[in-house]
Design a protein around this ligand. Structure first.
Ligand code: ADP
Ligand code: MG
Length: 354
């Protein structure tokens, strides 16, 4: 039944009639909240785009926000499968595992990685350690939890000349601003304290990787495959570039996305290999986006792994990179759905067959 263990199904595939899309809805931050508080959440247009793409296969699709009434609403909808795009509630580093845990406890199959992989991938320090164990290149990294940790700074600055200061478990470039590179221990201190104050979590200091930024999309399970990759290039060239919160919010003006043809073949091969190895190292499922920067020698290093990549057909990186490789949004959703159905022993219907 489960592809992960290599068993051929010897029971008939289950058919699915009802699917719920589970999500967190983007809200306006209150005047007493940081303005990026709900940055990771989705606008209703994205939820509807996912629901429409899933609905093309004839399922009865319901929308289910992960809010206070989540459990009761899900019990009413009785889904036989969940298309999960929920980032989770609150600020804890396990938040992306909330919906997977809940669905596991209720015995409802869902697309995407399981709770453990979700939680590890959100924590950039644990991710980096896991990848290192599998000899996958990552940047030099140090974690700062409290004032006394700041004493590591002078030594770190003898090893590298500049560092990105980022929150340990955020996404969507939360906490990464255009001034997040530190060039001296004093600058680093100030930026580390800014993360502590604003996000109430440890700060990571990561070696600044000066080369190209490239993100790689993966879909599948037993034999996952690369569905595209793209270079993320600032419209205005500059010596130091971060795909920061400000850049992401204003991507139409500030960013150019370039397809795989803009990446030398040898680098493309390395990116594909490292991305797939990372997918397997973290035991991910169905989909992921892996973010890289090239180091000063041109070696791709992984800075971030997203098992729950944004699925906005308009502005999310995975659909954009898939499009730049010639793919349509609905086909991307179909591949994710297919992969998950197969893993869960569910029958995948022909488009609109019900
Ligand atoms: N070590 C690094 N070197 C250079 N740029 C980095 C580094 N880490 C992060 N960045 C920049 O910051 C952006 C956001 O960081 P990332 O770790 O991907 O966090 P998020 O989970 O918010 O996407 C990246 O897309 C990249 O532009
Ligand atoms: Mg990223």
């Amino acid at each position: 039944m489960n592809e992960e263990y290599g068993h051929e199904p010897d029971v008939p595939l289950q058919s699915v009639a009802r699917v719920s899309v589970v999500y967190n809805l983007k809200k306006q931050a209150g005047s007493d909240e940081p303005d990026d508080k709900y940055e990771e959440y989705d606008p209703i247009a994205t939820v509807e785009a996912v629901a429409d793409a899933v609905g093309a296969y004839g399922f009865s699709v319901s929308l289910c926000e992960q809010d206070d009434d989540f459990a009761a609403r899900l019990a009413e909808q009785k889904p036989q499968f969940v298309a999960n795009i929920a980032e989770g509630r609150g600020e804890a580093r396990g938040r992306e595992a909330q919906v997977p845990c809940f669905l596991e406890s209720a015995g409802i199959p869902y697309w995407g990685s399981d709770a453990v992989s979700m939680a590890v991938a959100l924590d950039k320090l644990l991710t980096s350690r896991t990848l290192l164990c599998d000899e996958i290149p990552v940047p030099l990294c140090a974690c700062f939890k409290q004032e006394q940790d700041l004493s590591q700074l002078p030594t770190l600055f003898t090893e590298r000349s500049r560092f990105v200061v980022k929150p340990r478990y955020e996404g969507s470039s939360k906490g990464i601003f255009s001034d997040s590179v530190a060039h001296t221990p004093d600058e680093a201190k100030e930026k580390i304290r800014r993360i502590w104050g604003r996000y109430a979590q440890p700060a990571l200091l990561e070696e600044y990787l000066p080369g190209d930024e490239i993100t790689v999309g993966i879909v599948g399970n037993g034999r996952p495959s690369v569905v595209g990759m793209m270079r993320i290039v600032p419209v205005e060239q500059r010596e130091e570039f971060l795909y920061s919160l400000e850049e992401k919010r204003d991507y139409l003006k500030r960013i150019r996305y370039e397809g795989p043809e803009s990446i030398p073949t040898s680098v493309r091969d390395q990116l594909g290999r490292f991305a797939l190895k990372a997918f397997q190292s973290l035991e991910l499922r169905d989909m992921a986006r892996v973010d890289f920067r090239l180091d000063c020698d041109g070696t791709p290093r992984i800075i971030d792994i997203n098992p729950l990549p944004g699925l906005s057909p308009e502005y999310s990186d995975l659909p954009i990179l898939h499009r730049l490789s010639g793919g349509e949004y609905n086909d991307l959703v179909r591949s994710i759905l297919r992969s998950s159905f197969s893993r869960n022993g569910l029958a995948f219907p022909a488009r609109g067959s019900r």
